[in-house]
Design a binder for this molecule. Structure first.
Ligand code: ADP
Ligand code: 3PG
Ligand code: MG
Length: 374
């Protein structure tokens, strides 16, 4: 992929540059609890600042129009000097922008507070584009979303790839053709983004393990009781992969409910109980696959880690760190749940992308990335 890199752009001094960054980070009680994506935003911001550009950072957080990037402003400001720009569509932003000096960085409010962001409406694209002469996309985590800030702006302004976005593409291309034996581990809760990928990855990888909340859908379709567990509204009963021999599923699970927290085999889950993690038998089963795999790709935690159901996810992270195969992991929540283990250097590559990482590996590109190519 021949990306137009921001480091190739000339004369940035004094220019207004819009940077689409991936600031969709997990929050705990209104405070950023994992800053991996913010740290990965720094190389491009630092570069532009030193070049003397006037940097307007745009991003999204969460999925509700009430979600705010203010907690991100607090956290990012500790890593690099920035100021708060408020909503870029508020008339007051024009004054904020006028007051910017060379090298200043302003972070604007969550673009998804405006519903035109996700529907990529031209009116929003124009309202934002008028504030800058250059657009940089460093938001690899949203490279699979055709939104105003990820695709629309690239079509009306000179568009460049940010430093982190370009690095992501180079590193992830390395696992597009996995070396056999290969293992794909998929967890988390984004049913609509991730379930369609299972079929594809069953063709690409030797084995695919589905865990986390996603597994509940598969177990339900196989006829198991999943109680009050998180499931999607879509039934997988007719999914072609349901009984695939390459598909690995949890053997046991950790449940919580009226009888307390317990480890259960699949046929022991009661209808009042909720599956919240994978169990120790599952971890043991995965160990044998992980240790022999030459390529390991992992996205999505295997339990509700925010509520303390971390054992399955942490055990898998430790095993991957020990394994000799090349490993790639990614996903906002996946990284948040394993970063505290201090194993980062033991993985081959950690992507800021979750769904975007999987989409790139599946298709080799996305419309958003295409818009940044020469
Ligand atoms: P990523 O950001 O790594 O791509 P997702 O956003 O798809 O991952 O999913 C992360 C979410 O999945 C977390 O909020 C976690 O609590 C949730 N999750 C994982 N397993 C379960 C489960 N068994 N029940 C409920 N939530 C779960
Ligand atoms: C992610 O966390 O996967 C990205 O930031 C995309 O978020 P979204 O699924 O809400 O579009
Ligand atoms: Mg997530």
């Amino acid at each position: 992929m021949d990306l137009r890199l921001i480091t190739e752009a000339e004369n940035l001094q004094g220019k207004y540059v819009l940077v689409r960054a991936s600031c969709n980070v997990p929050l705990d009680k209104g405070v950023v609890c994992n800053s991996f994506r913010l740290r990965r935003a720094l190389p491009t911001l630092e570069y532009l600042r030193l070049e003397g550009a006037r940097v307007i950072v745009i991003s999204h957080i969460g999925r509700k129009t009430t979600d705010s990037l203010l907690p991100v402003y607090e956290a990012l400001n500790k890593l690099i000097p920035i100021s708060w720009g408020g909503r870029i569509t508020d008339p007051a932003f024009a004054t904020t922008r006028e007051a910017m000096n060379d090298g200043d960085i302003v972070l604007c409010e969550n673009l998804r507070q405006d519903t035109r962001e996700e529907s990529n409406e031209q009116s929003l694209v124009e309202e934002i584009a008028k504030y800058a002469s250059i657009y940089v996309n460093d938001a690899f985590a949203e490279a699979h979303r055709d939104h105003a800030s990820t695709l629309g702006l690239a079509q009306v302004l000179p568009a460049y790839a940010g430093i982190t976005l370009a690095e992501e593409v180079i590193e992830l291309m390395k696992v597009m053709q996995p070396q056999s034996p290969s293992l794909f581990l998929l967890g988390g809760a984004k049913f609509e983004t991730k379930m369609p990928l299972v079929e594809k990855y069953l063709n690409l990888y030797d084995h695919v393990f589905v865990g986390g909340a996603l597994a509940n859908d598969v177990l339900k379709a196989r006829g198991y009781e999943v109680g009050t567990s998180l499931v999607s509204d879509v039934s997988l009963a007719k999914a072609p992969f349901l009984w695939s021999e390459k598909l690995l599923l949890p053997l046991d699970v950790i449940v919580d409910g009226p009888y307390g927290v317990a480890t259960k085999l699949l046929d022991q889950v009661a209808k009042e109980e909720k599956i919240l993690d994978v169990g120790p038998e599952t971890v043991l089963m995965l160990e044998s696959y992980i240790l022999k795999s030459k390529t390991i790709l992992w996205n999505g935690p295997f339990g509700n880690y925010e509520q303390g159901f971390v054992e399955g996810t942490e055990a898998v992270a430790e095993m991957i760190a020990k394994a000799t195969g090349f490993s790639v992991l990614g996903g906002g929540d996946t990284v948040a749940s394993v970063e505290k283990l201090g194993l980062n250097k033991k993985f081959g590559f950690i992507s800021i992308g979750g769904g975007s990482m999987l989409t790139l590996l599946e298709y080799g590109t996305t419309p958003v990335l295409q818009a940044l190519c020469k």
